[in-house]
Design a protein around this ligand. Structure first.
Ligand SMILES: Cc1ncc(C[n+]2csc(CCOP(=O)(O)OP(=O)(O)O)c2C)c(N)n1
Ligand SMILES: [Mg+2]
Length: 302
């Protein structure tokens, strides 16, 4: 089987400048997005992935250019990790020239090369199954990677998709961002059993990822992702944390819970280990996003 993961991507130790920059750029982008929203400068809605940025950054090293990515309502990080295009995404969200999708999709509905997001919970899984079936036929070795939240496991379409993925041995990688909450409903109040148990019911392998160390995640997941390419679907459950509100200003969690979530954020260990490097890359990421905002705000409507 062809190796898809570079040695650097799974190397022990500190993340590369590129990885850290990407993490910090996604964070700077979304923090600025919330500012712009507060100033009334954005249309539609927006959901940030603050706290969860490391999930797509870790996975990106395991994906190939020919793979397809399906995203959800909390998809800015998924898009930026895949396409490194903050200008196009901000223009899309603001409805300005150069928007990745003509400015008609906004935050949640992006379609571009091998990438599709939707704000409709559960919609992407059956679609990703269809694409995975096509990939198996015309592009062996390529996979469809689909991001869903824990709350989305309340949608019936998820189980129809898992059934077909198992039955037809589809190259489908289901990435569950289990942040323990769906809007304002804690997962344990809405989900019977476990995600692992639900995957097992279809005979689908399951990996549970705890922690945000990029190299450790990549080492853990590399063999399973390779197996997906050969037709063994996989559910990867990230135990993660939503640092920000569900959307804008709508966080109903108690102060103690928010403190626990902040303490678990990926940024702190990296900043503690290498304060100067993180500060330098963070300043660069913020400066880049400021330049993107200035550029996009000055553009004509799309
Ligand atoms: C079919 C459908 N039902 C309801 C909603 C409204 N809604 C948007 S996000 C959300 C919660 C999703 O929770 P989860 O899947 O855990 O993702 P998270 O927001 O935590 O990332 C809901 C109910 C929707 N977008 N689509
Ligand atoms: Mg959730």
């Amino acid at each position: 089987m062809t190796a898809t993961v570079t040695e650097a991507a799974v190397a022990e130790g500190a993340p590369s400048d590129e990885d850290l920059s990407l993490l910090l750029t996604i964070r700077a982008f979304e923090e600025r997005l919330l500012d712009l929203f507060g100033q009334g400068m954005l249309n539609g809605t927006t959901h940030t992935c603050l706290g969860q940025e490391y999930v797509p950054v870790a996975l990106e090293a395991l994906l190939r250019p020919e793979d397809h990515v399906f995203s959800n309502h909390r998809g800015h990080g998924h898009y930026l990790a895949r396409h490194r295009d903050p200008e196009g995404l901000l223009a899309e969200i603001m409805g300005r020239r150069g928007a990745v999708c003509g400015g008609v999709g906004g935050s949640q509905h992006i379609r571009t090369e091998r990438y599709l997001s939707t704000g409709v919970q559960g919609e992407s899984l059956p679609v990703a199954c269809g694409v995975a079936l096509r990939l198996r036929r015309v592009s062996p070795g390529a996979l469809a990677c689909v991001y869903v939240g824990d709350g989305t496991w309340g949608e019936g379409g998820v189980y129809e998709a898992l059934n077909l993925a198992a039955l037809w041995r589809l190259p489908l990688l289901v990435v569950v961002e289990n942040n323990g909450i769906a809007q304002s409903t804690p997962t344990q109040r809405a989900m019977a059993g476990t995600i692992a148990g639900r995957a097992a019911a279809f005979g689908i392998a399951h990996e549970r990822v705890v922690g945000s160390d990029l190299a450790a995640i990549r080492r853990q997941l590399a063999p399973g992702v390779e197996a997906v390419r050969g037709g063994a679907p996989l559910v990867v459950e990230f135990v993660t944390h939503r640092l920000g509100p569900h959307s804008k200003g709508d966080d109903t969690r108690p102060a103690g819970e928010l403190a626990r979530v902040r303490a678990a954020d990926w940024r702190a260990p990296y900043a503690a280990a290498e304060p100067e490097r993180v500060a330098r890359l963070e300043a660069a990421a913020r400066a880049r996003i400021e330049a993107v905002v200035a550029d996009v705000v000055a553009r004509e409507p799309s």
